[in-house]
Design a protein around this ligand. Sequence first.
Ligand SMILES: C[S@@+](CC[C@H](N)C(=O)[O-])C[C@H]1O[C@@H](n2cnc3c(N)ncnc32)[C@H](O)[C@@H]1O
Length: 357
Amino acid sequence: MDPIIQWVGGKKRLLNVLDLMLPNNYNTYFEPFLGGGALLYKLLPQNAKIYEININIYNLYINVKNNVSEIIETLHIYEQEYLNSENRKTYYLDKRTLYNSLDYSSLENGIKKTILLLFLNKTCFNAVYRENKKGGFNVPVGNMKNCKICNTEQLNNISNYLNNNNISIYNNDFTTFIESIKVNDFVYLDPPYYPLKNDSFVGYDKNGFNKEKHDELINILHILNEKKINFMLSNSNNTYFRDRLSMYNIYDVSIARTLNSNIADRKECICEILVTNYTLHKTQNINISQKIYSNLNKNDNVSVELKNKKHFLQSNNIDLKEINKCLYNFITLNKIKISINDKYVENNEYIITLLFN
Ligand SMILES: C[S@@+](CC[C@H](N)C(=O)[O-])C[C@H]1O[C@@H](n2cnc3c(N)ncnc32)[C@H](O)[C@@H]1O
């Protein structure tokens, strides 16, 4: 399932990579910085505890869980009004003003705020969620083309998922999850990133995620490790975290977008890091043609199908290149070795073993 809102720093484009790096099994899934919840909605765990400090986002999930029919009904009306409006920009700005003027003093207000948030997220510039220091939504109007604003099926699916599984949603600071997590649970943390400017802390994040919060987060990772609880952390490629988490596995994630299909012409940048306190050993079924396979040399690039998507693979490290509408979304992970079974099977299928070390 896709997330219901788009989020700055949302993990949608990295889902293939995150999926490869999950531990093989766990009991309860914890996500203390939910945002759009891209990974949660991909994994759809039966048992999950999710945390979001932003009241508007928390309220969105609670209302989609409890009042989805009302949301769909009114969002359809907004959709029609917006698409038929002579001045879509004015319509958008009126809805934004209304959204910012409402508080949570009644259930009715809360539901209305959720409907407006969904409307604004679909019609605003770049379809992202961003607030000013006072918590007001401040994104300008988007390109005002015809667009689908009310995705009934998706809203119903997410509502059903939240209702029919054991999912607890908290409007708490992330630190509180440590009280209920147990051995064999798993936690994925995607916090506001550590600032990169000069690699030093330069000020306060609008969410109040200041240096003390980053230190608290690092401390919690050590506690999790002591308790033998598996964690995976996303963060910016910063030396502050790298130095303090050097005892764990740190993977560089490089993402480059370019129209150039020639790998040599690409500029690779390490954009993010992923940190885990567990090692992985996962197998994936990959289709690979006999012709390519029999000629494969160490360090050769081969084109393979991985989960129905086309990727390029190197024989001593993995080099995922996802072809998406003529754009090459290029993701590289370090510290990964692969081994390919030397048996060719009739249906052209090989087992590729990804070794994370
Ligand atoms: C990088 S975003 C998460 C994006 C998410 N992984 C996705 O796929 O959309 C970080 C989230 O943490 C939330 N947050 C910030 N400070 C927090 C805190 N102290 N406790 C819990 N959540 C917090 C922010 O509101 C934001 O939604």
